[in-house]
Design a protein around this ligand. Structure first.
Ligand code: SDX
Length: 396
């Protein structure tokens, strides 16, 4: 059937023609996928801005997680009155429906906390009976989800240890409440402040993999819960948010600053990635890592974690020496684990902390994208067989 063959070939040729290899970028490197006012990164200079505010000024200006979340959702910083009202709103939303708590009890204690979080985010959709999909209704969903992430993670952690979940304390900040619900003890002001800073630093980071994943789901006009559970699943990977857990495992494996160079040489020789280093955008020191390093240093001076800090500093020195020229420097995941470790937080809770912080960024990007929504549907560069006849079974 020459007619059909030529049509199929013509179709394949036209498809191939409009996708020249130049337009193919592995991992979408360098591709601009959306417009956003929320966050900008100068990768060459190692600079990060939250709606134009340099991250160093946000942290040194003692902005709390609630303040920055307000900035992302409302497009400006709150004044004193607005912030107080916002904190009240947070404290009203922090508890989970009893059936959701009962479901968390059913999860196997061996379940990874990121799997538990992703599961409960999906489950919360079943308890949202509001059919409204207006920007205001979706903003309320975004706030309620964000506020509940710490409650989910803390409740799962306590239940897997056969401990009773702790009710949040309306007088505590978002960061302090997470530690209170996790340990059952109110954190001292310094510890609460360090957790707040870590959460502010992890709140958003432009078009990272988990934010992009949330946007792809949102772009089909699916719902906020589906978009955010996609973000949680994406963040879990060790190339992304899972790196902080992997860094601590690496530090414990190395065990001694004197063993660092051999460990790094051996890993690099095997083409293994050293967790906590490198970044798709930063070809300089990640500004968040610089800030977290100081908090890790202070925290380590106070506790036995100083050895881990020394090992980390040594890895930084060796990696910059060997890979700095290639633009490989410490990223946000290198020092965060030490901070959480010295707070007594289990390693498998490190990535959930990243999610607890990032959910405000994910939801803010989804709300922003829905204002000018367009379905994400990229192409694939076809490299399969040319058009051909389909052989009947008997002839195979
Ligand atoms: C986060 O995107 C974001 O904004 C993410 C994030 C956020 O806030 O959302 O910043 C959070 O995910 C931070 C990154 C956490 N991940 C890790 O620490 C895992 C280790 N890092 C690498 O896997 C890697 O650096 C990535 C994934 C972070 C970025 O990798 P790219 O841009 O895909 O670069 P690549 O893997 O193609 O590497 C380019 C070269 C390669 O060498 P060659 O094959 O060209 O010789 O650099 C090398 C890589 O082998 N390289 C590393 C390395 N990272 C890159 N070599 C050793 N150790 C590393 N960590």
């Amino acid at each position: 059937m020459p007619e059909a063959k030529s049509n199929a070939d013509a179709l394949l040729k036209s498809v191939m023609d409009n996708k020249t290899p130049e337009s193919y970028s592995p991992g979408l490197e360098g591709v601009v996928a959306a417009k956003s006012k929320l966050c900008s990164i100068d990768g060459a200079a190692g600079k990060l801005y939250y709606m134009g505010y340099p991250i160093e000024e946000v942290v040194n200006g003692s902005a709390t997680y609630e303040e920055v979340a307000y900035l992302f959702w409302h497009g400006r910083l709150p004044n004193v009155k607005e912030l107080e009202a916002f904190k009240d709103e947070f404290s009203k939303l922090r508890t989970l429906p009893q059936q959701v708590m009962d479901f968390i009890k059913l999860l196997p204690h061996t379940c990874h906390p990121m799997d538990a979080l992703r599961t409960i985010v999906s489950l919360l959709a079943a308890f949202d009976h509001n059919p409204e999909r207006s920007p205001e209704a979706n903003l309320n969903r975004a706030i309620a989800l964000t506020v509940r992430f710490p409650t989910i993670v803390a409740a799962f952690h306590r239940l897997r240890q056969n401990q009773t979940p702790v009710e949040p304390d309306p007088k505590l900040s978002h960061a302090a409440n997470f530690l209170y619900m996790l340990f059952g003890e109110k954190p001292d002001d310094t510890t609460a402040k360090v957790m707040d800073v870590a959460m502010v630093l992890h709140l958003d980071h432009e078009m990272n993999a988990s934010t992009f994943s949330s946007l792809v789901t949102a772009s089909t006009l699916s719902d906020m819960y589906s978009a955010i559970s996609a973000g949680v699943g994406t963040l879990k990977g060790p190339l992304h948010g899972g790196a902080n857990e992997a860094v601590l495992k690496m530090l414990l494996e190395i065990g001694d600053p004197a063993r660092v160079e051999t460990y790094v040489d051996d890993a690099l020789a095997k083409k293994k990635k050293i967790m906590g280093f490198g970044h798709r955008m930063y070809k300089a020191y990640d500004p968040r890592a610089r800030l977290l390093k100081e908090y890790a240093r202070r925290a380590s001076e106070k506790t036995k974690a100083s050895r881990l800090f020394q090992i980390t500093e040594r890895i930084e020195e060796v990696m910059i020496q060997k890979k700095g020229k290639q633009g490989i420097f410490p990223n946000v995941d290198l020092y965060s684990g030490i901070i959480y470790h010295q707070m007594g937080i289990p390693t498998d809770i490190f990535t959930p902390i990243f999610a607890i912080a990032r959910v405000a960024g994910w939801t803010a990007h989804v709300l922003e994208y829905w204002q000018e929504n367009r379905l994400f549907r990229p192409n694939a560069l076809y490299i399969g067989p040319a058009a051909r006849k389909f052989p009947p079974l008997a002839q195979r």
